[in-house]
Design a protein around this ligand. Structure first.
Ligand SMILES: Nc1ncnc2c1ncn2[C@@H]1O[C@H](COP(=O)(O)OP(=O)(O)OP(=O)(O)O)[C@@H](O)[C@H]1O
Length: 728
C-alpha cells in the first residue's frame, strides 16, 4: 500500500482546535481498523479514524479549563507587565483606561437604545412624551458615540509607544539570546526549533500581540459583564420577554457549541498522512522549480535546457491530466466542497435565528389583543441579546488565544535560559600575557576523538600530538580527514568526545572561554562574509581596535583587499549585499522607462553602496576574510599567541598566495601557528611539525625532511605527486 517511498510526501499534523486527547501509539497506514484511506485525484490520504467519547460539556467550559491551565504561565505575564509599568507607567495607565472605557460604552449604548424604544412605546400607548428624559437619552447616546470614538483613538495612540518599546525590548532580548548560544547548541535541532518557533528570526512584534490579546480578553470580560448587567436590568423591567430572550440566545449558543464538537465526516483528522501517487507530479514540480528558481539559472542557460524543460513539463502535465495537477490541499478542498452539499449546522443556525421573529408574528396573528410583550420590548431584547451573545463569543474566542499567548510569552523569556553545550571554564588565562604574545603557546592533543553532533562517525579518532611554543605546524591530508576539526576543537567551537586538549599544559575546558579565544586568531575554511560593508567585515577581526582606521586599512592592504576595492562603488565602504534594499515602487533597480516617462533613481540611491553589479569572486571573498584575521592578529599583537589558518589560500592565485605567506611569516614573529593546507612546499618546508592525516587519524608526523625520508610514506608520495606536476 505504502510501497513507493520516494513519493511519500508524508505530512503529519496535529491540530489543536480539536480535543486535547493524548495520542499514544503508532500511526500504521496499513491498519484498516484505525486508518481510513481516501483518494483525491493524484493524492491518497491516510487518516486516523477518530472515535470521540461523547461527553456532555457546557458550552465554553472547555475553553475556560484550557485558559485556567494556561495561567500557570502568568509569572511571565507579570514579569512583562512589571517591566512595562516600570518603564512608562503613565502610558500604560492611559492605555488601560482607554481600553476599559471603550469596553463599557457598548453596554451603555444598548441601555440608552432600550430607553429610547421605551419612550417610543409609551408615546404610542399613552400619547404623551417625557420630553426632558428623551433629550437626556439623545444627548447620552451622542455622548456615548463620541466617547467611544475618543476612547478608541486614545487606546490606539497610547498603544503605539508601548508597541515600539516592546519591539525594541524583545529585539534586544532575542538578539542576546542568539548571541550567547554556542555552535553545537545552535545546531541542536530541539534548540533550533525553539529559536525558530515564534521568535526565531527576531520577530519581536509578537510581544505586542500577546499584550493586545490579553487586553482584548479583559475588554471582552468587561463588555460581557456590563452587557449581562444591561440585559438583566431590561429583563427585570420586561419580565414577559424572558422566553423571547431565551429563544434569541439559544440559536447562536447551540451553533457555537456544535462547532466545538467535531462531526464525523467533516474536517481532517488530527493525525493523517498524504502521499502523491502519481510519479509525474514530483517531476512536474521539480521541472517548474528548475525554470523559476534563480539558483538553477546558470546551469539551465549553459546547458541550453530551456526547450527540454518546457517540453518535459508539458509531457508530465499531459501524463497526469490537467485537471488533476493540484497540491494536496487544493485536491482536498475540492473533494470537501463536493461533499459539503448541504451544511446542516448552518441550516439549523438560520432556522434558530428566525425563531424569535416567527414566535412574535404567530403571537400577534393568533391574538392581537393579548400580546405578551410590546414592540419595544421585542426590539430591545433582540438588540441586547445580540450584543450579549457576540460578547460571549468574543470572550470564548479570545480566551483560547490567551492560552497560546501565555505559552508564547513563556517560550520567549525561556530563550534567555538555553543551556550552552560548551561549558565555560573558570580559570583566568594567561598568567603572563606578554610571554604568550612574544613566545606563543604550546598545544597538545591527548588521545582526542570527536564525533560531530548528529553524526555517527569519528571526525577525529584518537589523535595525539604536541606543538611546542612558537612553532609552526602544518596539517596536510585528504579531504574529510579531520584537519579543520582540529582547529575547531582548539577554539572550543566543539568539545572533544574523548581525550583532552592542553594549551600551555592546561586543559582548555578549565580556562575561561573568553580568555582562551582572546589569545587566538583564526581563519576558518568555511569563513563567512558578513552582511555589512567590507570595512566593517575587516573591523570585526578586532573589535577593540575597530575604529583604528590605519589598522583596518593596513589589514586590507596586507590581505589583498586593496587590489580590487577601488573598482567597487563605495571602496572599502561597499556593502556586499545591502540588508535594507531601497524601495522603488516595486520596480526592479535599473528601470529606465515608466509609462513613457524617463525615470532615474540615481538621486534617491541610498548611501549604501552595494557591490551588486560587481559580485565578488571566491578569491576576493577570501581576501576579505584573510584581512579580517590579519586585523585580529595585528590589533591583538600584544595578546595573541596562536594563529590558526584553515586553507587561507585555497581560492588565491599563486601571486596572492605567495604574498600572503610572506606577510604571515613576518607577522607571526614567534607566535605559534597551525596551518591546514592541501598544498605542499611553500609552507611545509618551513614547518616545525607536519601532521599528515587520513581517515580521521594522524598517519605520519614530523618535519618535512623526516617525512620525506620515510620509506613508502604517504606524505612523501603526495609531495612527489605535486612536484611531478611542475617537472617538464
Ligand atoms: N558540522 C559537521 N557535522 C557533521 N560532520 C561534519 C561537520 N563538519 C565536518 N564533518 C565531517 O567530519 C569529517 C572531518 O571534516 P573536516 O572538515 O575536519 O575535514 P578536512 O580534513 O578539513 O577536509 P577538507 O580537506 O575537505 O577541508 C568529515 O567526514 C566531515 O564530513
Amino acid at each position: 500500500m505504502m510501497q513507493n517511498a520516494s513519493y511519500m510526501g508524508m505530512r503529519y499534523a496535529t491540530r489543536r482546535r480539536r480535543r486535547d486527547a493524548k495520542r499514544d501509539g503508532v500511526f500504521d497506514p496499513d491498519d484498516a481498523s484505525k486508518v481510513a484511506v481516501k483518494h483525491f485525484g493524484i493524492w491518497t490520504l491516510y487518516e486516523e479514524i477518530q472515535r470521540y467519547d461523547f461527553q456532555w460539556q457546557w458550552p465554553g467550559v472547555g475553553t475556560f479549563v484550557r485558559t485556567a491551565n494556561a495561567f500557570k504561565n502568568t509569572e511571565y505575564l507579570a514579569r512583562l507587565v512589571g517591566e512595562l509599568l516600570a518603564d512608562s507607567p503613565g502610558r500604560c495607565v492611559l492605555y488601560v483606561f482607554a481600553c476599559l472605557l471603550s469596553a463599557t460604552l457598548p453596554a451603555a449604548g444598548v441601555w440608552l437604545s432600550g430607553q429610547m424604544l421605551t419612550v417610543v412605546q409609551r408615546a404610542i400607548d399613552t400619547r404623551s412624551v417625557d420630553e426632558r428624559w428623551l433629550v437626556y437619552i439623545v444627548l447620552g447616546r451622542w455622548l456615548c458615540a463620541l466617547t467611544q470614538q475618543l476612547a478608541n483613538v486614545l487606546s490606539q495612540r497610547s498603544s503605539v509607544p508601548i508597541q515600539k518599546r516592546l519591539r525594541m525590548q524583545f529585539t534586544r532580548h532575542i538578539l542576546k539570546a542568539h548571541l550567547r548560544i554556542d555552535v553545537p547548541t545552535y545546531n541542536d535541532t530541539a534548540i533550533t526549533r525553539q529559536l525558530e518557533s515564534s521568535f526565531g528570526r527576531g520577530n519581536a512584534e509578537q510581544a505586542w500581540g500577546i499584550i493586545s490579546t490579553i487586553v482584548r480578553v479583559v475588554m471582552s470580560l468587561v463588555n460581557f459583564v456590563t452587557s449581562l448587567g444591561v440585559l438583566s436590568l431590561l429583563l427585570w423591567s420586561h419580565q414577559e420577554s424572558l422566553p423571547l430572550a431565551v429563544v434569541s440566545i439559544a440559536g447562536p449558543l447551540v451553533s457555537y457549541w456544535r462547532g466545538r464538537y467535531p462531526r464525523r465526516n467533516g474536517g481532517i483528522s488530527d493525525v493523517y498522512a498524504a502521499t502523491c501517487s502519481n510519479p509525474n507530479y514530483p517531476r512536474l514540480v521539480g521541472l517548474r522549480n528548475m525554470a523559476t528558481d534563480a539558483k538553477y539559472k546558470q546551469e539551465v542557460v549553459a546547458g541550453a535546457l530551456d526547450t527540454y524543460i518546457y517540453d518535459e513539463f508539458e509531457r508530465a502535465a499531459s501524463e497526469i491530466g490537467e485537471d488533476k495537477i493540484q497540491d494536496f490541499w487544493q485536491a482536498y478542498e475540492e473533494a470537501q466542497s463536493k461533499e459539503r452539499f448541504l451544511d446542516f449546522a448552518k441550516l439549523s443556525r438560520s432556522l434558530f435565528d428566525q425563531l424569535p421573529q416567527i414566535i412574535f408574528t404567530l403571537q400577534v396573528v393568533r391574538s392581537p389583543g393579548s400580546m405578551p410583550f410590546t414592540m419595544a420590548s421585542y426590539s430591545i431584547i433582540q438588540t441586547t441579546v445580540l450584543s450579549f451573545t457576540s460578547q460571549i463569543f468574543q470572550l470564548l474566542h479570545s480566551s483560547d488565544n490567551v492560552a497560546n499567548s501565555l505559552q508564547t510569552l513563556k517560550e520567549l523569556y525561556e530563550l534567555g535560559n538555553i543551556q550552552n553545550h560548551v561549558v565555560d571554564g573558570s580559570e583566568s588565562y594567561p598568567e603572563n600575557a606578554r610571554e604568550t604574545a612574544t613566545q606563543g603557546v604550546s598545544v597538545e592533543f591527548r588521545n582526542v576523538s570527536f564525533i560531530y553532533p548528529g553524526s555517527d562517525t569519528y571526525a577525529l579518532n584518537n589523535v595525539s600530538f604536541k606543538l611546542e611554543r612558537g612553532s609552526l605546524c602544518v596539517i596536510v591530508g585528504f579531504n574529510g580527514s579531520g584537519k579543520s576539526t582540529i582547529l575547531k576543537l582548539i577554539t572550543r567551537l566543539y568539545d572533544p568526545t574523548e581525550g583532552e586538549i592542553l594549551i600551555d599544559g592546561r586543559d582548555i575546558k578549565t580556562l575561561k572561554l573568553a580568555d582562551l579565544r582572546n589569545i587566538i586568531a583564526t581563519l576558518f575554511q568555511d569563513f563567512a562574509i558578513y552582511p555589512l560593508s567590507i570595512r566593517d567585515n575587516i573591523r570585526m577581526g578586532d573589535p577593540r581596535h575597530a575604529y583604528d582606521e590605519d589598522l583596518v586599512e593596513a589589514a586590507a592592504q596586507q590581505g589583498g583587499v586593496m587590489d580590487f576595492v577601488d573598482r567597487l562603488p563605495g571602496g572599502l565602504d561597499t556593502y556586499i549585499e545591502n540588508p535594507v534594499p531601497d524601495v522603488y515602487s516595486n520596480l526592479p533597480e535599473g528601470t529606465k522607462q515608466l509609462f513613457g516617462k524617463k525615470v532615474t533613481f540615481d538621486a534617491v540611491r541610498s548611501h549604501v553602496k552595494q557591490s551588486q553589479d560587481h559580485p565578488l569572486s571566491g578569491g576576493q571573498s577570501q581576501k576579505i576574510a584573510v584581512s579580517r584575521t590579519l586585523m585580529r592578529a595585528q590589533g591583538g599583537k600584544d595578546r595573541i599567541g596562536l594563529l590558526l589558518f584553515d586553507e587561507p589560500s585555497a581560492s588565491l592565485d599563486p601571486e596572492a598566495e605567495y604574498k600572503l605567506f610572506d606577510t604571515l611569516r613576518t607577522l607571526r614573529g614567534n607566535k605559534s601557528m597551525i596551518f591546514s593546507s592541501h598544498r605542499f612546499g611553500n609552507l611545509t618546508r618551513h614547518a616545525d611539525l607536519i601532521l599528515y592525516m587520513k581517515d580521521s587519524v594522524i598517519v605520519e608526523s614530523g618535519t618535512h625532511e623526516q617525512l620525506l625520508a620515510m620509506e613508502g610514506g604517504g606524505y612523501a608520495r603526495m609531495w612527489n605527486m605535486q612536484a611531478q606536476a611542475f617537472l617538464p
